[in-house]
Design a protein around this ligand. Structure first.
Ligand SMILES: C[S@@+](CC[C@H](N)C(=O)[O-])C[C@H]1O[C@@H](n2cnc3c(N)ncnc32)[C@H](O)[C@@H]1O
Length: 270
């Protein structure tokens, strides 16, 4: 039986929240030794509450903090050929607990300005109180963002569209184009072909025809609401919103885990 069919049964039995709690404690237990070692070796590193880590990423402190820096460098490397990181404004949309954003001020020139926004107020509060050199704001599930027109040179959203409905795909891409300057860069990740195996056969047909597939076990925005973007669907969406696709890198399977597709887009305002 596919995982999705099992999830549907558990959801119908109202058991998903319970399973989430069990998974949280299982991850906590599995990572206990590695997390203890991390705390011993890094007593000054500020870490978000465990449940925030579980909800947004993975409950392994080393993967969250130590691997966060190479991920931030990976992001910069994808963009730097198209935008010089000097005296520009950079926004992490859906910043979560700042896994990537917290490292940018130490990687990039101090002439740049760093912003983070998320619809989860708890994460924004934690980031504002614990991470320096970055301005954090809250937004709602629906647009708008709390930024002016043409304010940003670079916006990135890592694993955000992967939790949104089709309606919000349209409204958020339009909103991101509002806050970006002309020729601004948008970096996004999606659930592409590497994630197709999670879909039922009839959903794979819908995906292959260039449509979005949704698994909605919770309200959108939540990690239990997953959307799958066929490249055909996503490319068309970008083009409808005046984004030129500079690079699309399909995700591969690494250590048995499907990776997300990467999209590097340039906004062309008329
Ligand atoms: C899988 S987590 C990724 C967090 C972060 N980007 C990272 O890579 O560590 C998804 C994040 O998207 C946020 N999110 C979901 N819908 C959002 C929306 N409409 N606007 C802003 N943030 C949203 C969630 O609160 C969560 O922090």
């Amino acid at each position: 039986m596919k995982k999705i069919a099992l999830k549907r049964i558990l959801s119908n039995l109202n058991l998903l929240s319970l399973i989430e709690q069990v998974n949280f404690y299982r991850q906590k237990w599995q990572n206990r030794k590695s997390n203890r070692l991390f705390l011993e070796n890094n007593p000054t590193v500020k870490l978000p509450p465990d449940f925030y880590l579980y909800e947004t990423f993975n409950l392994n402190y080393d993967k969250f903090y130590t691997n966060g820096k190479p991920t931030a460098k990976w992001l910069v490397n994808h963009i730097k050929g198209f935008k010089e990181f000097k005296n520009i404004s950079i926004l992490d949309w859906g910043c979560g607990t700042g896994r990537i954003l917290r490292h940018l001020p130490s990687i990039l020139d101090s002439s740049n300005s760093f912003y983070g926004t998320d619809y989860n107020k708890k994460y924004v509060k934690w980031c504002s109180e614990n991470l320096e050199g970055i301005q954090f704001k809250n937004n709602n599930l629906n647009p708008p963002l709390n930024f002016k027109n043409d304010e940003m040179d670079v916006v990135y959203g890592i694993s955000i569209f992967t939790h949104l409905s089709e309606e919000l795909h349209h409204s958020w891409l339009k909103e991101l184009s509002r806050v970006l300057k002309n020729t601004g860069i948008l970096f996004l990740t999606t659930h592409g072909d590497a994630h197709k195996f999670k879909l039922l056969e009839k959903e794979q047909e819908i995906y292959d025809a260039g449509n979005l597939v949704i698994h909605d076990f919770k309200k959108e925005g939540n990690r239990l609401y997953a959307s799958y973007q066929s490249p055909k669907f996503f490319r068309a969406l970008c083009e409808q919103n005046n984004f030129e696709v500079l690079n699309h890198i399909p995700g591969d399977i690494r250590n048995n885990k499907p990776q997300q597709d990467v999209w590097v887009l340039k906004l062309i305002k008329n």
